[in-house]
Design a protein around this ligand. Structure first.
Ligand code: IMP
Length: 425
């Protein structure tokens, strides 16, 4: 069976959860490799809506193993709430495994996330406030607390006391905030550790063995290509690598074990948080897309910024992820909008035109989108059961996207349900 990676190819929120959920129904193993509870996957199944933040979407299938890799940062309170919530709805989490190397989001990470954002003032990043960046900072600095530590009370208590001494100095002296109580944290988090210890297992070994034995393995990405710490719109990015390469470092499997990389995008573009967005629509059309597409954050509830489809971004994503296929979601949202625009290139301040996504924000900020206008479609396509049933104008839009992105489109989404995902032969 081919091993598949699913990644977001815009600024996150592309509807990866639904694609992953569909592919997970055919998968033996689903693996998460980066990010934390900054992500939010909404999955509809059997008329029920599930909002998942940390646990791989495959959890809805009792036979599917769900692995959380070493590159994920875990808020223990949040993962336990998610486990409890799923159990209460009859979904046992027996197949969940968490790598002992994964780093733990501690209370000081959450506090420092908000204090540093406040200090940045107008230059804030617009983070989700979940402590993601500060946790990855400690990981890189080699002072982080890992899941193994959390589940070993003596090691954990010592690490918390050491960390708290330093973090309280930063919180109080640099930011003027209130210090944290190390002993209270130890007491609370040791209980979380006890409850989570049964889930720990070496995800690198499990994922490797699954790939080697020909199992159907699915690596699920969180966030999106433009939020990648290295090839995204730095500094308006997250602190991990959501591109396909991040799967290898975040799970501990080598790139030769990956067969297919599927990029998920929307038929238009959205982003939350700050930073440049060349095709942004700050008008009625943008508002219409936001309302029709329910473009409000799963994690924070923030309204998402909306804009036209940007093929320059997509070509960047095809390259940096080595995409083998694309899934285009939310085509139905564009019905009745009127004629549609697709950004095919950027015009630079010196008048030259480029089809390559600029490497820096400064260059990106000076770019203007060059659009091609395409006829829109008015039909309600949400009930279409196959790609062939779509109106020709709709197929023309999809074909145009495929042509300018340089990647085959294999799936099209016409609604949130599993059955509203049309596969293209
Ligand atoms: P952080 O990941 O909370 O540090 O936030 C950094 C940036 O990434 C902010 O602009 C967030 O809005 C954005 N971000 C993080 N996770 C997601 C996601 O799952 N979807 C969309 N944007 C995200």
């Amino acid at each position: 069976m081919p091993t598949k990676v699913v990644v977001g190819v815009q600024w996150g929120d592309e509807g990866k959860g639904k694609i992953i959920d569909i592919l997970a129904s055919r998968a033996d193993v689903v693996v998460r490799s980066q990010g934390g509870n900054n992500a939010g996957h909404t999955v509809e199944s059997g008329g029920e809506v599930y909002k998942l933040h940390l646990i791989p979407s495959g959890i809805l299938y009792p036979e599917t193993a769900c692995l959380v890799g070493c590159g994920v940062v875990i808020d223990p309170k949040v993962i336990l709430e998610e486990i409890d919530g799923l159990k209460a709805r009859g979904i046992p989490c027996n197949n969940l495994r968490i790598d002992p190397r994964a780093h733990v989001i501690m209370p000081w990470h959450i506090v420092l996330d908000s204090l540093s954002e406040k200090m940045r003032g107008k230059g804030d990043i617009g983070t989700t406030g979940r402590g993601i960046g500060p946790c990855y900072m400690d990981k890189s600095e080699r002072s982080g607390i890992r899941m193994y530590d959390l589940t070993h009370p003596d090691i954990f208590a010592e690490k918390v006391r050491t960390a708290c001494t330093v973090k309280n100095l930063i919180i109080t002296k640099v930011y003027g905030g209130s210090p944290l109580d190390a002993e209270a944290i130890i007491k609370e988090y040791t209980e979380y550790g006890k409850r989570l210890s049964g889930y720990l297992a070496d995800v690198s070994v499990l994922a490797f063995e699954a790939c080697k034995s020909g199992k159907n393995v699915l690596f699920e990405g969180a966030q999106g290509t433009l939020l990648d710490l290295d090839v995204g719109t730095y500094p308006y990015v997250t602190s991990s690598n959501p591109i396909s390469g991040g799967v290898c470092t975040g799970t501990g499997v080598g790139p030769t074990l990956i067969d297919e990389v599927i990029g998920v995008c929307k038929a238009y573009t959205t982003r939350v948080g700050k930073g440049p967005f060349p095709t942004e629509l700050e008008d009625e059309t943008g508002e219409l897309i936001r309302q029709r597409g329910h473009e409000f954050g799963t994690t924070t509830g923030r309204p998402r910024r909306t804009g036209w489809f940007d093929a320059v971004i997509l070509r960047h994503a095809v390259r940096v992820n080595g995409l083998t296929a694309l899934a285009v979601n939310k085509l139905d949202t564009l019905s009745g909008i009127g004629s549609l625009k697709v950004c095919v290139a950027y015009k630079k301040p010196d008048g030259t035109v480029t089809s390559d996504f600029p490497a820096t924000l400064e260059e990106l900020a000076g770019c203007e989108p060059v659009y091609e206008e395409i006829a829109g479609f008015d039909d309600d396509i949400s009930g279409c059961k196959s790609y062939a049933e779509l109106p020709q104008s709709c197929k023309d839009y999809v074909q145009k996207l495929e042509e300018i992105c340089g990647c085959p489109i294999k799936m099209v989404g016409v609604g949130p349900g599993r059955e509203q995902n049309l596969e293209i032969e």
